[in-house]
Design a protein around this ligand. Structure first.
Ligand code: MRU
Length: 412
């Protein structure tokens, strides 16, 4: 039996506790479970064990560990990152992906950069170069430059090398715990939307459509879109999720299905082009998607295909909410379409499909060998198509005044 969690999210087994501490923890846990309104006890499970998507190896603090998301759901593998270059490659190759997670990975990348041997005078230069490298790995999600630059700013004031290492680690761990807390709050605000639908349906199942993966795998823990869903389930509200497969790399088919399945949430996987049909037939109550960059006006860049779901939702009068933490806003820009850099990835993600056969992961071509293919990773949903933004500060309209009121300190 477990009695709590380590900071890496690993369960602490009761045998590891002295008995007094053990009883105390169990007592607190029982009280919290009985008073769920006081505390949301989200526990993200992998075969019954709690994991986060990134953590520091407690036995070797020179190692950062991540779940290899390229291998999911076929293999559950932990990958070790030991250098800035490792982190750069992990983000670029989408071993870690999802806006909040790549921000957190970037913070750990800077920490690993502080461990790399450089003459003291060169350290700050090395950190700046490392930050630039990390930021260049993927261009669309704002979390990456935002987090990396803020960690860097903290470190630039420190000259002592050991103090720098410590401060970098503190900063990375803080980034992670803040992201978890934000998701927790998003859940508490977002559940109100699900409760409303549930009331209108007299307690009938709430059917939510989502795109890509905006769950705990994309964040550090809990997830953004998934936070209200997991909380609804905890509160006994029946929910069912339509999961867009999300071509070309199938984050919906591979990751969201796996994640929801592990948490015991009912879902149905659908091809990307099915959502409109479901909406026309009254089979979708609510669309919840994530964000990689939301402007101060509310325009939102998210995984390619999100815009089409927003159009279909508008045509069918279905609420379309973007769910995001503060770290996915880019308050410095206004016009999403004109000002967001959209990542273009390798065409082979389009010409090939990766799956599992004969005990191994295989990639097969799905078009003529010489087919010309293009691979834009994200699109922009204009604010006018968004019913509202579910944030860690509350729910607001996707409109400049409302966003300014929600985050006043960002505009001073
Ligand atoms: O290319 P990815 O998998 O990094 O894209 C992820 C998404 O588009 C998510 O929806 C977004 O990052 C929000 S994650 C909470």
């Amino acid at each position: 039996m477990w009695a709590g969690f380590t900071s890496q999210g690993k369960p602490i087994h009761s045998s590891e506790f002295d008995s007094g501490m053990n009883n105390m923890c169990l007592f607190i846990f029982v009280i919290l479970r009985q008073h769920r309104s006081l505390y949301v006890d989200f526990i993200m499970l992998v075969d019954g064990e709690h994991y986060q998507s990134i953590w520091l190896d407690e036995t070797d603090k020179r190692v950062v560990k991540v779940i290899d998301q390229q291998k999911l759901p076929f293999f559950f593998e932990i990958k070790e990152l030991r250098s800035v270059n490792d982190v750069f490659a992990a983000i670029k190759e989408m071993v870690v992906r999802g806006a909040p997670l790549i921000g957190a990975a970037g913070a750990f990348g800077i920490y690993l950069a502080t461990l790399e041997d450089k003459p003291a005078v060169d350290t700050h230069k090395h950190l700046r170069q490392s930050a630039d490298l990390l930021i260049s790995s993927r261009p669309t999600a704002v979390n990456l430059p935002l987090v990396v630059n803020s960690v860097l700013e903290r470190l630039m004031k420190i000259t002592n090398v050991n103090a720098l290492k410590e401060a970098a680690l503190d900063a990375a761990l803080e980034v992670c715990s803040n992201e978890v807390e934000r998701c927790r709050k998003i859940g508490e605000y977002g559940i109100e939307i699900i409760k409303d639908v549930s009331r209108r349906k007299n307690g009938g199942t709430v059917n939510i459509l989502t795109h890509c993966n905006a769950g705990w795998l994309a964040c550090v823990d809990i997830g953004t879109v998934t936070a209200p869903i997991y909380l609804a389930r905890e509160k006994g509200i029946p929910v069912h999720v339509w999961v867009d497969e999300t071509r070309p790399v199938n984050q919906g088919a591979r990751l969201t299905t796996w994640e929801l399945g592990q948490q015991g949430i009912k879902y149905t996987l659908i091809p990307d082009n099915t959502g409109g049909h479901l909406m026309q037939h009254g089979m979708v109550d609510l669309v919840l998607t994530g964000s990689d960059r939301t402007t101060r006006k509310g325009d939102t860049a998210n995984k390619i295909g999100t815009y089409l779901k927003a159009l279909a939702a508008r045509d069918n009068d279905i609420p379309f909410y973007v769910v995001l933490p503060e770290t996915s806003f880019d308050f410095s820009i206004s016009e999403g379409l004109a000002e967001t850099e959209i990542e273009e990835r390798e065409p082979d993600e389009v010409t090939h499909v990766t799956g599992f056969e004969g005990g191994e992961i295989r990639s097969v071509r799905i078009c003529p060998e010489d087919a010309c293919a293009a691979n834009w990773g994200f699109d922009v949903t204009p604010a006018g198509l968004i019913t509202g933004l579910i944030t860690d500060r509350g729910i607001c309209k996707a409109a400049e005044n409302d966003i300014v009121n929600m985050f006043p300190e960002k505009f001073r």
